[in-house]
Design a protein around this ligand. Sequence first.
Ligand code: HEC
Length: 171
Amino acid sequence: MKIFKNGNVIVFTFLLAIMAISCDKEEKANSTDTVLFEMAKDTAGYKWFKNSSSLLDKSAGSAHPQPFLRTRYNSVAATMLDTNGKIKAGSVFPEGSVVVKELFSSEATLGRFAILYKSENNENADDKGWVWGYVNADGSISESSSNKGKSCTGCHSQAGNIDYMLMNKFF
Ligand code: HEC
């Protein structure tokens, strides 16, 4: 009987350990998306592409479904912009850069954020140090950063990109 009891305790402890490990894993994947979402919502100190917050019609090259967009750069990323608010040729964005494309499903409705965050040591960073976020305006995840931008980087590597950026090429 005593052995059974101990056995149960061991099995129970084992199950708890497994639950703790899998919870931890899930939270890590989610926490990067949450961090990206919080960064994307905070507009303080950002500069707009071409110095304009007006909505643009999405380009022909865009796979992003929403018809309107505008793109902004945090103060670190904005060091790569010239006086016209376009990205300087040959730029490699520094650590801590955040680029947020706001995707509008109508002129009045912000539908989604597409986010690029330069954070080389982030577990979700790709081999250029970018973390790719795709989060709906209500905070639900359209594509998790744990995918490391695998559905994004192919298109964003096309000729004319600057450190993956495509705004210059299309606007
Ligand atoms: C088939 C091509 C294509 C795919 C796939 C794609 N994008 Fe884009 N993306 C574009 C184009 C083109 C632009 C320029 C603006 C526009 O027309 O939407 C852009 C712009 C952006 C920008 C603004 C910064 C810049 O200058 O590029 C971000 C951020 C972004 N995309 C994130 C993403 C994320 C995240 C994914 C994957 C979930 C993704 N993109 C998938 C084509 C693509």
